[in-house]
Design a protein around this ligand. Structure first.
Ligand code: FA5
Ligand code: MG
Length: 414
């Protein structure tokens, strides 16, 4: 099976996370390095930019949705445990059993039952079942992803869910009895088979106004935006919001009308609702001009001190302290005949190189026609955010990566 513990050669039988023990099995692929992020909770760390951006978005939601009594409608839940069941992360959200997002190569599994949540949507059903109608969930999420300036295996998401009763959707009409949230129609691009089109239109309008308003609050009212049709198993219709920032279109969130089946399964079938999920790092990088996602993990005072202010709505632009030089080093190897995934190599590089690695990219694939062997060549760009790496340090790590790759991934270095 695929390597999971990467550095330690003895496989631990149990993993300890936040005081809870989990048995490992054939599905376990959490690395010690990933384990070290569990409990860091950057979004809860005072003065951290992720804490500020979270607060800015929360304040916006508080002021936008107010109960008749004058209280904020949304409640905030930012300390939910990141270990969730397969049921929560996938099944409860109607993710098909064979959907690509379940792949071992894309997720960090604790064992065959549990994983580190891949998105905050994993908490939707639980929260709705507990009776919450308007809520925000903020937390760390984990994905086995590529490595570059905007991808990190751990990042932070905020989930927003709003459920509405018939009265809230059609409230303004006097003869309300003429309106129903539900009808039986053919499912189409525009709506689910059980939804009344006007109800969906009201929800869509509210959702898009809310999120466009958020974008304008952070990036100014003239920010260029566009809605792109999207697909999620748990919403229909679904959209992504892209903003044009520094001359490029950036995807800032996914959202949509919650699949009614999910609400029915969560004892809220008489309501309809919307949901969104946004990446806090994406928003913070654009809001504060932070050039590299690794900086969020920095303990360097040169980084953190720039966010040392009480009022989260303070606008600052991050100033790079100094630019340390990059050092690129390639690695080529023959793949084993089966069972090789690039994600395993990325994890291995992360585990050994840590924050010395800025990027890893597959730059060449070659299949030997006669031997029927495939080789991959990756370019590893070394650069630390906080100091200049010496050639010796880089060579040392690069050599370790070569050794561990042959030992654990069974590749043959060329
Ligand atoms: C999701 O995770 C859905 N759960 C979002 C959702 C929620 C849709 C509710 C509908 C209803 P996606 O994988 O696209 O979708 O991620 C959502 C957001 O997280 C992205 O728009 C982006 O802002 C951020 N994001 C995704 N991947 C990364 C990454 N590797 N690094 C940083 N941010 C990321
Ligand atoms: Mg997306």
């Amino acid at each position: 099976h695929t390597p999971c513990r990467l550095i330690s050669s003895t496989e631990p039988e149990k993993i300890l996370m936040s005081g809870k023990e989990y048995k490992t099995d054939y599905m376990t692929n959490i690395t010690p390095r990933i384990l070290s992020y569990v409990g860091r909770n950057l979004h809860l760390q005072k003065y951290h930019p992720l804490n500020h951006i979270q607060q800015v978005i929360i304040n916006y939601m508080y002021s936008r949705y107010i109960s008749p009594r004058g209280n904020p409608l949304f409640s905030v839940h930012n300390q939910l445990h990141p270990v969730v069941s397969m049921q929560e992360n996938f099944d409860s959200l109607l993710v098909p059993k064979d959907h690509v997002s379940r792949k071992k190569s894309d997720n960090y599994y604790v064992n065959e039952k549990y994983l580190l949540r891949a998105h905050t949507s994993a908490h939707q059903c639980g929260m709705i079942k507990m009776g919450f109608d308007n809520f925000l969930v903020v937390g760390d999420v984990y994905r086995r992803d590529e490595i570059d300036a905007s991808h990190y295996p751990v990042f932070h998401q905020m989930e927003g869910v709003r459920l509405c009763t018939r009265k809230e959707i059609f409230g303004q009409h006097q003869n309300m009895d003429d309106f129903s949230l539900f009808e039986n129609v053919e499912r189409s691009e525009k709506r689910q088979g059980v939804h009344n089109q006007t109800a969906v239109d009201v929800l869509e309008f509210d959702l898009k106004q809310c999120l466009e308003g958020l974008a304008m609050t952070l990036f100014g009212k003239d920010v260029e935006k566009r809605w792109v049709d999207a697909y999620f198993p748990f919403t229909h219709p679904s959209w992504e919001l892209e903003l044009r920032l520094n001359d490029e279109w950036v995807e800032l969130l996914g959202c949509g009308i919650i699949e009614q089946e999910i609400l029915v399964n969560s004892s809220a079938g008489e309501k309809v609702g919307w949901a969104f999920g946004l990446g806090l790092e994406r928003w913070a990088m654009k809001f504060y001009d932070i050039p590299d996602i690794r900086l969020f993990w920095s303990n360097d005072s040169g980084f953190l001190s720039q966010f040392h202010f009480e009022d989260s709505s303070t606008r600052v632009s991050y100033k790079t302290i100094s630019q340390y030089p990059q050092c690129a080093n390639d690695i080529s190897f023959w793949l084993p005949s089966d069972g090789y995934e690039s994600a395993d190599f990325y994890d291995l590089v992360r585990s050994i190189g840590g924050n010395m690695v800025e990027q890893v990219r597959l730059i060449d694939t070659f299949t030997h026609p006669k031997k029927n062997l495939t080789s991959h060549c990756y370019r590893i760009v070394y650069r630390h955010m906080e100091y200049t790496l010496t050639q010796e340090e880089v060579n040392n790590v690069h050599k370790q990566i070569e050794e561990k790759a042959s030992e654990i991934l069974k590749v043959v270095i060329r």
